[in-house]
Design a protein around this ligand. Sequence first.
Ligand code: NAD
Ligand code: IPM
Ligand code: MN
Length: 350
Amino acid sequence: KTTLQLAVVPGDGIGPEVTAEALKVLQAAAPATVKLEQTRYDLGAERYLATGEVLPDSVLEEIRGHDAILLGAVGGRPGDPALPPGILERGLLLRLRFELDHYVNLRPSRIFPGVTSPLADPGEVDFVVVREGTEGPYTGNGGALRVGTPAEVATEVSVNTAFGVERVVRDAFARAQRRPRRRLTLVHKTNVLVHAGAVWWRLVQQVASEYPDVTVDYMHVDAAMIFLATDPARFDVIVTDNLFGDIVTDLAAAITGGIGLAASGNVNPDRTAPSMFEPVHGSAPDIAGQQVADPTAAILSVALMLDHLGHAGPAADVEAAVLADLAARTAGARRSTPEVGDAIAARVAG
Ligand code: NAD
Ligand code: IPM
Ligand code: MN
């Protein structure tokens, strides 16, 4: 019997609600040969407000010793004076992504059978966004001068290294190669962000020469928003920078049935540290505490995790259970968060 050591960070708002359901489904799906061991970490708003701690170094090192991380969501209500923006997002979530070298932020988007898209005629939508996870404008390379004065200047400098861009581009090509349509779209803004754009453009062309059967195209990020809304079926693999990828994937979620269905993996492909799996959505303060959040995104994140850990069968079981549940959903019928989790777990077990 092998042991799977899972670090669980339920986090804030709906994070703990959806994580509980994801864990139910994981229990149901885990192969009999795997012994599941969980360590829960009470990181997030409550701990920060009580102790001032966000992610103590000792906790980070403990987490590093696990096989994978399951995260709910972190962050408070935008505008809450007790919890300034960025404290948890930067100090906890991004710190984990950076320290554990999650350079591939994998965000699949698919309109599952039976799910209604807000688009009238979206076609067969099934693409994956490979979002760079450790660089871009997310590095915290910026600052402010003369704060609060009329002469204030604030900068957030986007960091793009050849090393960082090449490794995520290579991962995206490898994924495109394994998909039936073998199409890769670089999404950037090379017409304005000329320095970063040049690195991305050049490395995509360079790696493309090693993948002659992958069709490569390019779209400026603004135009990509047009096509996501008018013809999302054209996309197969999208590779893009950290910030563009953040924005693209919320729209991608919206057109494929909603943010409650969008899963993600923060993957360290070199396996030098545990990868982290989480829904694309946040802590949803507007619906927290009501048990009305859709746990499907968190549950599909478990499928991504199982797949990453080499359990392709159980991953497929979870996905099949979700698909069956989605197909059986009736418009207007509202189920609570645990009702959805129980239904999917029962399908996995049954
Ligand atoms: P959000 O994703 O939390 O919510 C946006 C909207 O989607 C809300 O109306 C919310 O109710 C709805 N929604 C989200 N998840 C849902 C679900 N599972 N089922 C049904 N509806 C759902 O984004 P936001 O409001 O911009 O951010 C809230 C907080 O979460 C902020 O503090 C933000 O920084 C943080 N955040 C964290 C993560 C993360 O931990 N990975 C991701 C995004 C935002
Ligand atoms: C996401 C979130 C995070 C991001 C925030 C909370 C740091 O929006 O996971 O999409 O921007 O990556
Ligand atoms: Mn986001």
